[in-house]
Write a protein that binds this ligand. Structure first.
Ligand code: HEC
Length: 110
């Protein structure tokens, strides 16, 4: 009993100091599309660009030209990406998280 009290407070301290999304549920934080984008996508898409394929940035007009018109289409790219992009399944990014990221992209990059 005593042992489990110690380990749960250790976890709590870890969670308050952690910067990763690992403890989001423990902290009861709201989903943050910007934070999720920075965690999963910004390596290749810094500021909505594309370091691997410069022809495919995340700017609205460019997305539209490639048939990516809304949040659903962006989520589709996460689940089934084109060449050079990491695949993100529901275990890595839940549908809710994916939607928050898609909405962040649509409202941020023009
Ligand atoms: C390893 C690098 C990498 C990561 C990480 C990455 N992408 Fe991509 N992304 C790419 C590449 C390369 C393409 C172009 C693929 C193609 O030719 O269709 C792309 C294309 C896209 C497109 C379609 C752009 C278009 O005009 O067709 C969207 C939307 C997109 N990425 C969103 C995301 C999101 C959201 C994330 C994070 C969840 C992410 N990407 C993470 C490399 C990456």
């Amino acid at each position: 009993m005593k042992k489990s009290i110690i380990s749960s407070s250790t976890l709590l301290i870890f969670c308050f100091s952690a910067t990763s999304g690992f403890c989001d549920n423990v902290k009861g934080e709201k989903l943050d599309g910007k934070k999720e984008f920075e965690k999963h996508c910004a390596v290749c898409h810094p500021n909505g660009g594309n370091i691997i394929n410069a022809q495919k940035p995340l700017a609205r007009e460019s997305l539209k030209a490639n048939g990516v018109k809304n949040a659903k289409d962006i989520i589709g790219k996460m689940r089934k990406p084109g060449p050079g992009m990491t695949k993100f399944d529901v275990k890595t990014i839940s549908n809710k998280e994916a939607k928050a990221i898609a909405e962040y992209i649509l409202k941020t990059f023009n």
